[in-house]
Ligand binder design. Sequence first.
Ligand SMILES: NC(=O)c1ccc[n+]([C@@H]2O[C@H](COP(=O)([O-])OP(=O)(O)OC[C@H]3O[C@@H](n4cnc5c(N)ncnc54)[C@H](O)[C@@H]3O)[C@@H](O)[C@H]2O)c1
Ligand SMILES: O=c1ccn([C@@H]2O[C@H](COP(=O)(O)OP(=O)(O)O[C@H]3O[C@H](CO)[C@@H](O)[C@H](O)[C@H]3O)[C@@H](O)[C@H]2O)c(=O)[nH]1
Length: 339
Amino acid sequence: METILVTGGAGYIGSHTVVELLNAGYGVVIVDNLVNSNIAVLPRIETICGKSPVFVNADVRDPLAMAAVFSDHAIDAVIHFAGLKAVGESVEQPIRYYENNVHGTMVLCQAMADAGVFKLVFSSSATVYGPDAPVPYVETMALGQPSSPYGASKAVVERILADLCVSDSRWAIAALRYFNPIGAHESGLIGEDPKGIPNNLMPFIARVAVGKLAELAIFGDDYETPDGTCQRDYLHVVDLAEGHCQSLLALEKPGLHAFNLGTGQGVSVLDMVKAFETVTGQAVPYKIAPRRSGDLPAFWANADKAKRELNWVAGRTLEQMMADTWRWQSGNPDGFAEG
Ligand SMILES: NC(=O)c1ccc[n+]([C@@H]2O[C@H](COP(=O)([O-])OP(=O)(O)OC[C@H]3O[C@@H](n4cnc5c(N)ncnc54)[C@H](O)[C@@H]3O)[C@@H](O)[C@H]2O)c1
Ligand SMILES: O=c1ccn([C@@H]2O[C@H](COP(=O)(O)OP(=O)(O)O[C@H]3O[C@H](CO)[C@@H](O)[C@H](O)[C@H]3O)[C@@H](O)[C@H]2O)c(=O)[nH]1
C-alpha cells in the first residue's frame, strides 16, 4: 500500500481528497497546523471511509517536525495543500502570505529531498494566468502577473518547482491549477467551513440561505458578460479530489506538469444564485453592489490536457454542486463547530 503525505489535509479540498485517497486504498498521513480548519473533521472522515488517516498537528515551515514525519512514516508521495488562500487578506498581509505559501513549500521540498521522496502534487490556481490571459486558459500559456500576493505566491512556487525539476531529474511534480471548487461530500458530513464572513460566493450563498447572513451582495452587474455579472468555472470538490488521485498516477514521468482542473464552462453569479434557488427551494435575497477590486470579468478552463493525460473530467453537474452544498450547510449550520 502506498502512503501519501497530505499537507493541509484537514482543510476543505484536503479533507475531500483524503476521503478519496483512503477509499482508493492509500495510507494517508495528514500534516496540518489547523490555522484554517477544525480537528472535528477527522471523525467525520472516519465515518465516511471506515478508516482513519494519521494526523500530525504541525506546521510545514517547521523543518524538524517535517523531518520527523518523513522518518516516522514511509511516504511515497506528497500532496501539498497547506497554505493561506484569502486574496484580500493577502493584499493586507503580503509577508505572512509569502512566508507561509512560498517558504512553507521550500521547507517541505527540502524535507522531501532529504528523505528521498521526489513525487509532489501542488495546489496551484487559475490565478497564475494573470489578468491579461485570454479565455479559456490553456496550460501552454506563459504564467502572467497575478494581481494579489496570494496569486503571486502560487506563481512563485510554480517557478521554484520548475527550477527543482531542472536541478534534479528525480523530481516528478504536478501543479494542479484549480478553477473554482464548490460543493461538499454527498454524505453531508464534510464541507467548506470558512471562519467569519465568507469571501467566496458559494459559502456566502449557503449562509444567506441558512439564515446566518441577511443578503448576498453581487459585486458588479456591468461587466461585459451576457448578464453583466462575472463568470467563473465552478467544479465539484469531489471531482477535484478525484483529480488529485489521478494526478498521482501521472507522477511516473519526471519534470513539472501543469494541469487545469475545471469543467470548461463559465457560469455567472446570477446563474449561480438561480441554480441554488431552483435546486434547494431556498430563497437567496441579493442586492447589486459595486465591483470588487481585482475581480476579472470572466475566466474558465480548457481542461483537455487533464482529460487526455490524467483520464480526468469534472463530471458532476451544477445541480449536484448546489444540492451537496445545501446538504452540508443545512445539516451543519455552524460547520464543524458542532463537532
Ligand atoms: N478553495 C479554492 O478556491 C482554491 C482555489 C485554488 C487554489 N487553492 C489552494 O488549494 C489549497 C487548499 O485550499 P482549501 O480551499 O482547502 O483551503 P483551506 O484553508 O480549507 O485548507 C488549507 C489547510 O492548510 C492548513 N495550513 C495552512 N498553512 C499551514 C502551514 N503552514 N502548516 C500546516 N498547515 C497549514 C490550514 O489549517 C488548512 O487546513 C490551498 O493551497 C489553496 O491556496 C484553493
Ligand atoms: O459575496 C460575494 C462573493 C463573490 N462574488 C462574486 O462571485 C465570483 C466568484 O468569486 P469567489 O468565489 O470569491 O472566487 P474568485 O474570486 O474567482 O477566486 C477563487 O478562485 C480562484 C481561482 O479560480 C482562486 O485563486 C481564489 O483563491 C478563489 O478565492 C466573483 O465574480 C465575485 O465578484 C459576489 O458577487 N459576492
